[in-house]
Design a protein around this ligand. Sequence first.
Ligand code: KIV
Length: 272
Amino acid sequence: MSTAKKEYKRITTKTLVDMKKKGEKISMLTAYDYTMARIVDNAGVEVILVGDSASNVMAGHETTLPITLDQMIYHASAVIRAVKRSLVVVDIPFGSYQSDPKEALRSAIRIMKESGGHAVKLEGGSEIKESVKRILNAGIPVMGHLGLTPQSIYKFGTYTVRAKEEEEADKLKEDAKLLERAGCFAIVLEKVPAKLAAEVAKNLTIPIIGIGAGGGVDGQVLVTHDMIGMTHEFNPRFLRRYLDLYTDMTNAFSKYIGDVKSGDFPNKEEQY
Ligand code: KIV
């Protein structure tokens, strides 16, 4: 059992802010289904993100844009049924909050009511300020997401590092402050220079969780299927693979096929 597991029972948004105060790093991973969430929660991760990356990982879409609110609620409900300790944050998908703050609140309420999630995540800064405030006013915790925000991929035109230029870096710093002032409990910073991310983390009291944002932030998030090597086409520099499950699973499936075809499976002990 890890130290973190002994020290904290249920992880809350306050736990995360306290961890930052104490200089303890926060670990966050994605899950979209019951079985994976059970393993990730039991391993002792503080935050499970039901990310809209489910659109890529689960459904095979090229971007995160197609996934719907109903589909996010389906994934989040399965995760919630598995989780005993981690804080579960659910992405509000593209098209469910951008048009106006009332729609944003309606989507956040549906996620909380129908899935039992503990918090929501939205992408953007000043553009979504009113939506963030309205959701927070309803008592729903909000995690921000700045830097490379995949729901805006067609605006960016590329998945390369964001905020390398001063103008974009300044806007990102302002947006981070704005989200903190609005009441967000944490912010994900995706694919930005490590120096900028460290500066943002230093200037804010809420935790900054990085993905491709270096080690100077308050925690890290990775897509679970990438870090355990179930996916193998996606190889950004920031990704550390802890397993090569693509190869291990392919070998297991090939062995099973061979055993079925040769008649080796099932043997006498594997039948009634
Ligand atoms: O959807 C997702 O998995 C995310 C992470 C990459 C932070 O937003």
